[in-house]
Design a protein around this ligand. Structure first.
Ligand SMILES: *[C@@H]1O[C@H](CO)[C@@H](O)[C@H](O)[C@H]1NC(C)=O
Ligand SMILES: *[C@@H]1O[C@H](CO)[C@@H](O)[C@H](O)[C@H]1NC(C)=O
Ligand SMILES: *[C@@H]1O[C@H](CO)[C@@H](O)[C@H](O)[C@H]1NC(C)=O
Ligand SMILES: *[C@@H]1O[C@H](CO)[C@@H](O)[C@H](O)[C@H]1NC(C)=O
Length: 404
């Protein structure tokens, strides 16, 4: 009976850790990350988790491809020269060493300061990783050997986007890149700086506009941006920077897995007529299994039905992996932050299935002479099981209330 139950959990992907001798196990290989991070594998026709695993076992591992942001054989060998001396370029041996020894000894499978466009920081079993492929947006958060983020195209990830209501996507600087970047290896976004060191991941970019000048919207994203509406921007790239710092630890929940997402966006340049500046700061797109959205009632500590005004606890349906997201109020003079949650129908490919949330900041239109203007926001994200993320979020709230 127990055996049947555990098989059922495996079948539904409910976060079961595999044996350490399995070379395609989650500490070293996660199918969605592998396919999104290695577009040439998808182009070669490997699209399902089984095919991804097959490619990894037959070619990718030996070839030194990266199977998860939390571990990369080439970076592992660069970080530990003694292992490089022993294994040379036998990347399979590096994977084997990490699985059988390195991981339990606390060795790290990435290098500080970035490697071939990927920038990773970690604390315990929490890894946060950004890629230049998607404009320095965070395309992977791994916790407990589980990938949280969907990085299918340049509009997913964990990233920041801005719009000037009611112009929707017709004027929509987007950190990860533009719509035309699709699933490609390059982004229209211009990266000005990107770094990962001393536990801080930082980027400054000039974000791509989601639509290119002359392109048309395909859906209804605002009363002045419906299907067929033209892009309102006249350039490919928004001329002012979006910046972020991501660091571990959140005030009031020092011992919980939690990170602080601090962002700034500069509003300026030639802006179409608008009423409100809206920043999704940040927005997170998750793998399809994150389909359970709850809100935290901070007066009781209970999880309740989704409510745009309450901190969000966004989890997998089996509740084992979750983000608790809290944006302290008082950061924007005009409105309190609100929370959004959207569930997208599963696409044709398993890695296309996604669920999204955002922290939504709104500022009233400002006069042209006060531009350019910088908006700064801070958001805290607890990571754990649904219950742990909720408890951690509660601690943040209580600490904040005591302090202010
Ligand atoms: C590489 O390492 C693996 C795992 O230890 C081993 O089985 C294999 O023989 C090695 N290959 C070479 C060419 O040394
Ligand atoms: C990021 O950190 C640097 C250095 O501490 C600071 O100068 C900058 O203002 C920070 N940026 C954001 C968006 O928090
Ligand atoms: C929306 O579009 C209409 C028609 O072009 C225009 O008259 C109106 O000023 C626009 N409103 C805003 C707020 O941009
Ligand atoms: C979430 O996904 C699971 C597994 O596919 C499904 O059984 C469940 O009904 C979904 N829940 C929601 C709220 O969509």
């Amino acid at each position: 009976m127990w055996k049947l139950l555990s098989l059922a959990l495996v079948a539904f992907g409910c976060g079961v850790s595999a044996e350490s001798t399995n070379f395609a196990s989650s500490p070293v290989f996660i199918p969605a990350f592998y396919l999104n991070n290695n577009p040439e594998v998808v182009q070669a026709g490997y699209t399902s988790p089984t095919q991804a695993r097959d490619h990894w076992m037959r070619k990718g591992m030996q070839g030194g491809l990266q199977g998860t942001a939390a571990f990369h054989s080439r970076q592992y060998l660069q970080r530990y020269p003694d292992l490089a001396a022993k294994f040379g370029q036998n990347y399979t041996a590096a994977v084997e060493h990490y699985l059988t020894k390195g991981k339990t000894q606390g060795l790290l499978g990435y290098v500080e300061g970035g490697y071939e466009g990927r920038y990773t920081i970690s604390q315990g079993s929490l890894f946060i990783s950004a890629s230049t492929r998607v404009g320095g947006a965070v395309d992977s958060v791994v916790f407990d050997n589980t990938e949280f983020i969907n990085a299918w195209d340049h509009g997913r990830e964990l990233q920041v986007a801005m719009t000037m209501l009611p112009n929707g996507e017709c004027f929509n600087p987007t950190e990860g890149g533009g719509r035309d970047d699709q699933r490609g290896a390059a982004t229209t976004t211009k990266i000005q700086s990107i770094s990962s060191q001393n536990g801080m991941l930082s980027t400054t970019v000039l974000p791509a506009f989601w639509l290119k000048p002359g392109d048309k919207e395909t859906q209804d994203t605002g009363s002045n941006c419906t299907a067929g509406s033209p892009a309102l921007n006249t350039q490919d790239v928004y001329p002012y920077p979006f910046s972020k710092n991501i660091t571990f630890g959140c005030p009031g929940a020092d011992s919980d897995p939690c990170f602080t997402y601090s962002l700034s966006v500069v509003v300026g340049g030639s802006i179409p007529k608008y009423t409100t500046i809206q920043v999704e700061g940040p927005t997170g797109y998750h793998t399809g299994e994150f389909n359970t959205t709850k809100s935290l009632d901070v007066t009781t500590g209970a999880l309740v039905d989704f409510d745009t005004s309450k901190p969000l606890v966004f989890s997998t349906w089996c509740l084992q992996h979750a983000f608790g997201i809290w944006a302290p109020p008082g950061q924007d003079p005009d409105y309190s932050p609100s929370y959004a949650s959207m569930h997208f129908v599963q696409g044709q490919n398993f890695a296309d299935a996604t669920q999204k949330w955002s922290v939504v900041w709104r500022t009233k239109a400002v006069s042209e002479d006060s531009l350019p203007m910088t908006l700064n926001y801070k958001v805290y994200i607890c990571v754990g099981t649904q219950i742990d993320a909720a408890k951690c979020t509660m601690k943040l709230f209580e600490h904040h209330n005591k302090t202010y």
